[in-house]
Design a protein around this ligand. Structure first.
Ligand code: CA
Length: 229
C-alpha cells in the first residue's frame, strides 16, 4: 500500500512518514500544497494524509482539485483542534476522515487502515481467504493457523492482492503500489517475489494470468508447495 503524506511541519512530516514506513507502507511526502497536489494528481495512492494549513495551495483547495479531476483515493485530513468548521469544510470538499492535532500516530494508522479497507470493501482488520489469514493490524500472515514469515515487501505484495482479491492486478499496478517514487523499478522482480510468497504460503493462492498479471483466488486450495511455484 502506498500512502502520500502532505504536511508542511517538517517534524510532523518526518514523524508520520517514519510511523507509516514502520507499519509497512510505502510513503511519498510533500511539504506544500503544490507539490502535494501534483503527486496526488499523477501517482496512484491507496490513501492520503493531508494537512489543511499548507503553503502555496491550502489543503482544502488541493482536495477540491483532486476530487474535481476525479481522483478518488481515500483522504484523511489533519485539522486544528476544536475547529469544527474546518472539519465540515473538509468533508464537503471530499475528505473521508479526519484527525485533530495534536494526534497519536496510532490513531492515524488505525484510521488509515480502516480507510484502505473500506475502499476495498473489507469490514475488519483481519482478511480471511480460505486457509489464508492476513492480519493487517500486525502485518502478520497465517495459513491454516500456522504463522508464515514474510519480508516486508512480500507482505505488502500479498496484502495488496488481498485488498483486490478476485481481480487481476497487473505488474505495473503492483510496482506503483509497492515502491515509492524514487525506487528503481524493475517489473521482473515482481515475478521473483510472487514465486517466493507461493513457496512460503504452500497453498495455491496466487494465480498468474499470462501477460495480464496476478490474481488472488477467492478460494485458495491447499496443495503441495512445489506445485504452486
Ligand atoms: Ca500546516
Amino acid at each position: 500500500m502506498r500512502i502520500l503524506v502532505v504536511e508542511d511541519d517538517a517534524d510532523l512530516n518526518r514523524l508520520l512518514c517514519t510511523a507509516l514506513r514502520e507499519a509497512g507502507y510505502v510513503v511519498d511526502s510533500a511539504k506544500d500544497g503544490e507539490e502535494g497536489h501534483f503527486l496526488g494528481d499523477t501517482e496512484p495512492y491507496d490513501a492520503v494524509v493531508l494537512d489543511l494549513g499548507l503553503p502555496v495551495i491550502d489543503g482544502l483547495k488541493v482536495l477540491e482539485k483532486w476530487r474535481r479531476a476525479g481522483r478518488m483515493m481515500p483522504v484523511l485530513i489533519l485539522t486544528a483542534r476544536d475547529r469544527w468548521s474546518e472539519k465540515v469544510a473538509g468533508f464537503d470538499a471530499g475528505a473521508d476522515d479526519y484527525v485533530s492535532k495534536p494526534f497519536y500516530t496510532e490513531e492515524v494508522l488505525a484510521r488509515l487502515r480502516a480507510l484502505v479497507r473500506r475502499a476495498a470493501g473489507i469490514a475488519t482488520s483481519e482478511i480471511e481467504i480460505g486457509p489464508l489469514r492476513i492480519d493487517t493490524r500486525g502485518a502478520r500472515v497465517a495459513v491454516n493457523g500456522n504463522p508464515v514469515k514474510l519480508t516486508s515487501l512480500e507482505y505488502r505484495l500479498l496484502a495488496y492482492l488481498a485488498h483486490h482479491k478476485g481481480r487481476v492486478v497487473s505488474r505495473t499496478e503492483l510496482i506503483e503500489h509497492l515502491y515509492d517514487q524514487d525506487f528503481d523499478r524493475d517489473s521482473n522482480t515482481i515475478e521473483v517475489f510472487v514465486g517466493r510468497i507461493r513457496r512460503k504460503l504452500g497453498v495455491n493462492a496466487i494465480e498468474t494470468m499470462r501477460g495480464l498479471g496476478y490474481r488472488l483466488l477467492e478460494n485458495p486450495a491447499s496443495t503441495d508447495a512445489h506445485d504452486a511455484s
